[in-house]
Write a protein that binds this ligand. Structure first.
Ligand code: GDP
Ligand code: ZN
Length: 286
């Protein structure tokens, strides 16, 4: 926040730190989720070193996630599977497991989303922040982990986080108000440690699902970001198969046989087209 990093030393105190200038020179800045070494005592300090990251994201600037919880809903606002697939590919590209949560089951079962993603091999939790249904099962799935929550605005992210951690008191908005203009205020990213060791990160950056904000994935690597494609990779006639229209493609055969979900492959094809536009020099690491 404003060039400060708030470091939790594990004994219940937060130290307000600046980052050493050399991080800027190395074009590397501390991210929410980083394990760091810091100097100083009491309230003020200095981040000296950043431990190697298991994974990291540019927008939102977070690292070391154990899982990404993607919130969706079959009720207003209905989630477009493409939005789920895009963010799941961003996570998959960094080997971060995705957990899907289909919220607002009190209004709409969300059966079709649940079916698609269970079939694609993702853990899916139908929940209702209103009735509390499924919240315990979701909590069990993320217990002790560091997880970020993302989802299109209005699906109930704040409401669900408040169910998981009643102490958070995140502001819950009305759908119409949230979807209206002027709602894109930039907020800081914060990690909330829960009493049971679970750490949740509320990520405003992902929630807008802005195309510009999509992490850049090389088209050749996109296939590996779709875990449901894994059994078929390496089995195509051509070793450089793009799995779009090539003869002898094992992915397309699996699709035709009903083993792969049509919407998953359609999202892959759409993301592949976008990835083709990306030039190598545009690839940056945080
Ligand atoms: P966010 O934008 O994803 O953080 O969504 P909010 O948590 O602010 O919720 C948006 C609206 O949906 C609010 O009016 C909530 O009260 C409502 N809402 C959230 N979860 C549920 C749910 O499970 N069932 C119902 N019926 N409404 C919900
Ligand atoms: Zn293929």
């Amino acid at each position: 926040l404003s060039g400060f990093y708030y470091v939790d030393s594990g004994n219940g105190t937060l130290t307000q730190c600046r980052a050493r200038g050399r991080f800027r020179k190395e074009r590397m800045s501390p991210l929410v989720g980083d394990w760091v070494r810091f100097s100083g005592s009491g309230a003020q300090g200095m981040v000296e070193e950043i431990e190697p990251r298991r994974n990291s994201f540019i927008r939102p600037a977070v690292s070391n996630l154990d899982a990404l919880v993607v919130l969706a809903s079959g009720a207003n606002p209905v989630t477009d599977p493409f939005l789920i697939d895009r963010v799941a590919a961003i996570a998959g590209n960094q080997n971060v497991p995705v957990v899907l949560c289909v919220n607002k089951t009190d209004l709409e079962s969300g059966e079709s989303l649940t079916h698609i993603y269970r079939h694609a091999g993702f853990p899916v939790f139908p929940t209702s922040a209103a009735s509390g249904e499924g919240v315990d099962a979701l909590h069990e799935a993320v217990r002790g982990k560091t997880v970020a929550f993302t989802g299109n605005s209005g699906v109930g992210k704040s409401s669900l986080l408040n169910c998981l951690a009643p102490g958070l008191g995140l502001a819950v908005g009305e759908v119409s108000e949230k979807l209206g203009r002027g709602r894109h205020t930039t907020r800081h990213v914060e990690l909330f440690p829960l009493a049971d060791g679970t750490c949740v990160i509320d990520t405003p950056g992902f929630s807008s699902f802005d195309t510009e904000q999509m992490e850049l994935i090389l088209k050749e690597n996109l296939q590996y970001a779709f875990p449901d494609f894994a059994p078929y990779l390496g089995r195509c006639r051509y070793h450089d198969c793009a799995h779009l229209s090539e003869p002898g493609c094992a992915v397309l055969e699996a699709l035709a046989a009903g083993e792969l979900e049509p919407t998953r492959h359609a999202s892959y094809a759409r993301l592949y087209e976008a990835a083709k536009e990306i030039r190598l020099w545009e690839h940056k690491q945080p």
